[in-house]
Design a protein around this ligand. Structure first.
Ligand SMILES: Cc1cc2nc3c(=O)[nH]c(=O)nc-3n(C[C@H](O)[C@H](O)[C@H](O)COP(=O)(O)OP(=O)(O)OC[C@H]3O[C@@H](n4cnc5c(N)ncnc54)[C@H](O)[C@@H]3O)c2cc1C
Length: 453
C-alpha cells in the first residue's frame, strides 16, 4: 500500500524560496510540506555568487543574515569596462553569505513554525483531475518508498529545473519553456588567496564579450583573503564556462598560489518573469518562475520576494475556501509591484547589453555616458534616464558614436514602455493573452529597431 498524506500546501523544493514560503504558511496555521531532494544537513548548499542586497530583508520581514551566515559585509559594487581602464561604482549595502548556514537558518525557522520538511525526497509525478492537481507522488528516500501527497495548493520552488511545472499540460500558462539563450551557464570557485584583497568590501564585476560572451565574470570577496570567483556566459552558445575560467581567469596574478575551497557549475534564468505565477491550484516561485535579475542573475532577493507574494495569494485563496487561477491571481500584481516590473524592464537592457561590442562597452563606461548614479538608478528601479546622452547627441564632438547613442535612446524608451506595460498587468486571467501579445510586440519592435535578429 502506498502511504498517503494530506496537507493544505505542498511545496516542491527547499531552497531559499520554498523554505521561506513554508514558514510563512505554517505561521498562519496551515499544514505545509516541503519536498527536498537534499538531506537535511545539506540544505542550503548551492552553487552561487552568495551576494545579496540588504534591502530585501526589511521589506520582506525576514531577519537580516547575521553571525556565521555572513562572511563579508559589502558596501559597493565595481563594474569594470572590458579594457579594465574604467570602472563604475555602485554604492549599496549587502552581504556575502555563507549560503549553507543561511539556508540552514531558513530551514530551522520553517521547522520551528511547524512546516514538515521531507528531505532526501524528490517529485516523481503529478496527478491532474478536472484541471486541478489533486496529488503528487514523491519518492521518500528516508522511508525508502513512494508516498502520495494530497494538497489544496501545490507550489513549484524547485529552482531552474521547474520540476513540477514542466510536468503540467502545455496549455497551462505556467508550463512555459525557457530558451537556453535566456539563461546564464556559470562556474564558480571559492578560493583562499595568498595575499590580502584591497577594499574587500567591494564586489567586482568584469564585463567582457571576448572572455564571457553575453555575461560577465565576478570577484566577490568573502573576507580579506577569501573570494567567490566565477563567470557566467549566455546559454545556447555552446560555451564551456569551466574552460573559459581556466583559460582566462585562473592565470590572473591575484589567484597565484591560491587554494580552492569549493567549486561547481550552475544555471540561472536571466529573462522576464513567467507570464503568470499561478494557474489552477499551482504556483511557481523563485528560479522556477525565472525571477532572477536578467542583468546579473542575482536571484536570492527576487525569489524571496516571489515567495512572499505567493504566501499572500495562498492565504487569500485558502481563507476564501476556493483555490483557483482567479483567487491566486493576486500573486502576479504583488510580485510585479515589488520586483517584476523592474525585472521586465531590465530584460530589455539585458538584450541590449548582450549585443554590444567591447568597444561600445568601453566607450559607455570610460566616457561616463552612464554615470555611477544613473547606473545605481537603473539597477534599483529599472528606469534608464539619459540626461547625458541627450546632451551628447547635441554635441558635435561625439558625432562618431551617434548610432550607439541613438540606440541608447531607443533602449530607454522601451524600458519605460515595458515597465508601464507590467504596471498595467491584467486584474484577472482573461486579460492575460492580450497583455502577453502586446508584450511580445514590444520585444519585436525593440529588436527590429535595434536590428537584432
Ligand atoms: C553560479 C551562480 C551564481 C549565482 N550568484 C548569485 C548571487 O551572487 N546572488 C544572488 O542573489 N543569486 C545568485 N544566483 C542565483 C540564486 O542562487 C538563485 O536565484 C536562488 O538560489 C533561487 O532560489 P530558489 O529557491 O528559487 O531555487 P534553488 O535555490 O535552486 O532551490 C531549489 C531547491 O529545489 C530542490 N529540488 C530541485 N528539484 C527537485 C525535485 N524534483 N524534488 C525535490 N526537490 C527538488 C533543490 O535541491 C534545491 O534545494 C546564482 C546562481 C548561480 C547558478
Amino acid at each position: 500500500m502506498v502511504a498517503r498524506e494530506r496537507y493544505d500546501v505542498v511545496i516542491i523544493g527547499g531552497g531559499v524560496s520554498g523554505l521561506f514560503l513554508s514558514r510563512l504558511i505554517a505561521e498562519k496555521g496551515y499544514s505545509v510540506a516541503v519536498v527536498e531532494m537534499k538531506p537535511m544537513n545539506k540544505i542550503g548548499e548551492k552553487i552561487c555568487g552568495d551576494a545579496v542586497s540588504r534591502k530585501y530583508f526589511a521589506k520582506l520581514g525576514l531577519k537580516e543574515p547575521m553571525g556565521n551566515e555572513v562572511e563579508n559585509v559589502v558596501k559597493k559594487v565595481r563594474i569594470y569596462s572590458p579594457s579594465e581602464k574604467a570602472v563604475l561604482t555602485v554604492k549599496g549595502e549587502g552581504f556575502e553569505l555563507n549560503r549553507k548556514t543561511f539556508g540552514q537558518r531558513l530551514l530551522k525557522e520553517a521547522l520551528e513554525s511547524g512546516a514538515i520538511v521531507l528531505d532526501n525526497s524528490y517529485l516523481k509525478k503529478a496527478i491532474i483531475r478536472n484541471d486541478v492537481v489533486t496529488e503528487v507522488t514523491i519518492h521518500d528516500g528516508n522511508r525508502g518508498k513512494d508516498v502520495v501527497l494530497e494538497g489544496r495548493v501545490f507550489v513549484d520552488a524547485s529552482g531552474v529545473s521547474g520540476a513540477l511545472r514542466t510536468k503540467l499540460p502545455n496549455h497551462w500558462w505556467i508550463s512555459e519553456k525557457i530558451n537556453a539563450s535566456e539563461t546564464a551557464v556559470a562556474y564558480r570557485e571559492i578560493r583562499v588567496l595568498s595575499k590580502d584583497i584591497e577594499d574587500y568590501d567591494a564586489l567586482r564585476i568584469y564585463l567582457s564579450q571576448k572572455i564571457t560572451p553575453g555575461g560577465y565574470w565576478w570577484f566577490f570577496p568573502k573576507g580579506p583573503r577569501k573570494v567567490n570567483i566565477g563567470l557566467g556566459v549566455q546559454g545556447g552558445r555552446g560555451l564551456n564556462p569551466i574552460r573559459i575560467f581556466y583559460e582566462y581567469i585562473v592565470p590572473r596574478k591575484v589567484l597565484k598560489e591560491s587554494k580552492i575551497v569549493s567549486y561547481g557549475s550552475g544555471v540561472v534564468p536571466t529573462r522576464k518573469p513567467l507570464k503568470t505565477l499561478a494557474f489552477s491550484n499551482v504556483l511557481v516561485i523563485g528560479d522556477a518562475a525565472f525571477t532572477a535579475n536578467p542583468i546579473h542573475g542575482g536571484g536570492i532577493g527576487p525569489s524571496l520576494t516571489s515567495a512572499w507574494a505567493a504566501f499572500k495569494a495562498i492565504v487569500n485563496a485558502l481563507e476564501l475556501g476556493m483555490v483557483s487561477t482567479e483567487t491566486l491571481w493576486i500573486v502576479n500584481k504583488l510580485y510585479i509591484e515589488a520586483y517584476g516590473a523592474k525585472q521586465g524592464s531590465l530584460d530589455f537592457l539585458r538584450i541590449f547589453l548582450q549585443h554590444l561590442s567591447d568597444n561600445d562597452l568601453n566607450y559607455l563606461i570610460e566616457k561616463k555616458v552612464i554615470s555611477d548614479d544613473e547606473f545605481l538608478e537603473i539597477s534599483t528601479t529599472g528606469d534608464l534616464r539619459l540626461s547625458l546622452v541627450e546632451k551628447m547627441l547635441k554635441a558635435i564632438k561625439f558625432i562618431r558614436r551617434t548610432s550607439l547613442l541613438f540606440k541608447l535612446r531607443i533602449l530607454a524608451d522601451y524600458m519605460k514602455k515595458a515597465k508601464q506595460h507590467y504596471m498595467a498587468y491584467p486584474n484577472s486571467p482573461e486579460g492575460l493573452p492580450k497583455w502577453e501579445s502586446k508584450l511580445l510586440k514590444l520585444y519585436r519592435g525593440f529588436e527590429s529597431k535595434l536590428s537584432i535578429t
